[in-house]
Every structure is written in structure tokens, then in C-alpha cells.
Design a protein around this ligand. Structure first.
Ligand code: CUA
Length: 325
């Protein structure tokens, strides 16, 4: 029986260790979550091996011969065994529970000098604000390494969920309430923020780039942003950042979303609606319910870009879209 147990334990351990179930940790919180994961996994492997050993051994050794219809011996049971298999699992489950509670509490602490980043979610894009750094706004989540960051989150429409797999922490953004979560990045690099709550047609496209920089690089990035930083066509930057390409095809931006109308034809659509192209594009952004393109449903395009984008950003976006031929 011991041999069967050891073989099963080795096989299951190989499955647990050789397959990379979790991403490479990139935050202090993820390190702790991984510890809980392995703590519970080791216990599970031991119990699984024990149970399998008893089952396989019993099936092989106590098999009744063919045509043996006689009853088995009358056995009362084994009180010692029953007490053991009640107390041992109770202790293990309590241990997992206590460890999880400790990690949960540690993971909500941001340390002595936390940085606050505000997160705004809406169908189907993310936006970040840095209140500690003159309220700079960004569509890319940029964080300094080795510093506790408190994310204060709100949603403009439906429930979204904030998740950077390598950083472990996950938190819903619920309309009407503010939620928060702490992440302390432990290595520099690029990651992806994923919306992990089904929030509508564009849910799968609701992602944002994440960059973790060294502290001097982060300070330089902040300076650059405060100076008005971004290069290239500002309208193209807003188009990418606001997630327009997730739903709309637009040749100059190289996007092919099919949830909303193709934006290569805005001039023709404006003509049809009897409006100036720029005015029509602006109206479609701030009041998307007014004219619905044939074949598309109303209420899919978020109605709050008029609030979530600044007047400058909308102006740049309108110029960018209306100029397309
Ligand atoms: Cu937002 Cu899914």
C-alpha cells in the first residue's frame, strides 16, 4: 500500500510542478498568494495519494472471487480511525483558513509610503489618474517597482474586474461604490491588465498595457507626462487609449473591430445624416444614441465618453477620424 501511495504522490507532484500553472510572480502579493497555493497543493497531494493508495490496495486485495455471493464479515467500524480522519482534516482546513486570512490581511497593506493611482473603467477601456503627481492621466498603467500602490477604482457603467495575472490581485469595479486594492510590483517589465468580468460585447478586448519601471525611470515618466509628453498624432493616441479599435475597424489605426460600424466611412455617413463630418463624428462620440448606423444595436457604444475624455482629447479624436478618407 505504501508503494502505491508513493507512486501516486510522485505522479501528482510531477503534474503540479512540471506544468507552469501560474505566471511568474511580479508582485509581493503574488508571492504570498503562491505560498498559500503551494501550501494547499502539498496537503492535497498528500491526502490524494493516501486515499488512492487505500482504494487501489483494497480493490486489488479484497476483491471477491467470481460467483462468491456470501456476505462479508459483520464489522462495527474503527473508532480510532474515525476520530483520526475527522481531527486531521479539521486541523489542515483550519491551517489553510488561518494562513489565507493572514495573507489576505497582509496583501491589503500598502506599506509606509504608498502611491495612489485612480482607475476608471468603462465599456470597454481603462483610464488611470495619478493624484500624487498633479493628476496626470494615462491609458497605460505605469508603476514604479518596489513601492506599494493603492488602486482606487470606479466604474462608469457596469461591473468590470481589474486583474494583472502576474500580480495576483483581483478586484471588481462596481458602479456606485469605490473599491480598492494594493499591488507592490517586485520586478520591472511589461504586463497586461485584463478585465475579468463579462461586461458586454467588447469584454474580450478590454485590456490595457502595464509597465513597471525602476523608480528613477518612473520619475522621468511622470515628468514627461506633466510636460504634455506624448508624441505622434494626439488623435491616434486617444483612439488607441480609449479602446475605440476594440469595437471599430479603422484603416489608419490598423484596427478591425466589428462590434460597431466601420469608421472608414464616417464622411459618407455624415453626408447621409445631412451633417458636417466633424460635427457628426463629435456627436457620435458624445451622444452615440442619436444616430444609430443601420445594422447596429443602440446602447452598445458607451454614452459617457463626453465625460471620460477631456475636451482636448475629443477634439483630437474628431480631427483624426474626420480627416480619414
Ligand atoms: Cu470590462 Cu469585461
Amino acid at each position: 500500500m505504501a508503494v502505491i501511495g508513493i507512486v501516486v504522490a510522485i505522479l501528482v507532484t510531477l503534474v503540479a510542478v512540471l506544468i507552469p500553472w501560474l505566471p511568474d510572480p511580479a508582485s509581493k502579493q503574488m508571492d504570498r498568494i503562491e505560498f498559500v497555493y503551494w501550501f494547499a497543493t502539498v496537503i492535497s497531494i498528500a491526502i490524494f495519494a493516501l486515499v488512492m493508495a487505500v482504494i487501489i490496495y483494497s480493490v486489488m486485495s479484497f476483491r471477491s472471487p467470481p460467483e462468491d455471493e456470501s456476505d462479508g464479515p459483520p464489522i462495527h467500524g474503527n473508532s480510532g480511525l474515525e476520530i483520526a480522519w475527522t481531527i486531521v482534516p479539521a486541523i489542515l482546513v483550519i491551517a489553510i483558513g488561518v494562513l489565507s486570512a493572514v495573507v489576505l490581511s497582509q496583501n491589503s497593506g500598502a506599506g509606509t509610503n504608498p502611491l495612489t493611482i485612480k482607475v476608471f473603467a468603462q465599456q470597454f477601456s481603462w483610464r488611470f489618474e495619478y493624484p500624487d503627481d498633479n493628476g496626470i492621466r494615462s491609458y497605460e498603467l505605469v508603476m514604479p517597482v518596489d513601492r506599494g500602490i493603492t488602486f482606487e477604482m470606479q466604474s462608469a457603467d457596469v461591473i468590470h474586474s481589474f486583474w494583472i495575472p502576474a500580480m495576483g490581485q483581483k478586484q471588481d469595479l462596481v458602479p456606485g461604490i469605490k473599491t480598492s486594492i494594493v499591488i507592490t510590483p517586485t520586478r520591472t517589465g511589461t504586463f497586461t491588465l485584463i478585465c475579468t468580468e463579462l461586461c458586454g460585447l467588447g469584454h474580450a478586448t478590454m485590456r490595457a498595457p502595464v509597465r513597471v519601471l525602476s523608480q528613477p525611470d518612473f520619475a522621468a515618466w511622470v515628468k514627461e507626462q506633466q510636460a504634455g509628453g506624448s508624441k505622434g498624432d494626439p488623435g491616434a493616441a486617444v483612439f488607441t487609449a480609449a479602446g475605440c479599435g476594440g469595437c471599430h475597424a479603422f484603416t489608419p489605426a490598423g484596427t478591425n473591430g466589428a462590434i460597431g460600424p466601420n469608421l472608414d466611412n464616417v464622411a459618407a455617413s455624415a453626408k447621409k445624416a445631412g451633417e458636417d463630418t466633424a460635427a457628426y463624428v463629435k456627436e457620435s462620440i458624445v451622444d452615440p444614441g442619436k444616430v444609430i448606423a443601420a445594422g447596429y444595436a443602440s446602447g452598445v457604444m458607451p454614452a459617457n465618453f463626453g465625460d471620460s475624455l477631456s475636451a482636448t482629447e475629443i477634439g483630437a479624436l474628431v480631427t483624426y477620424l474626420a480627416a480619414a478618407k
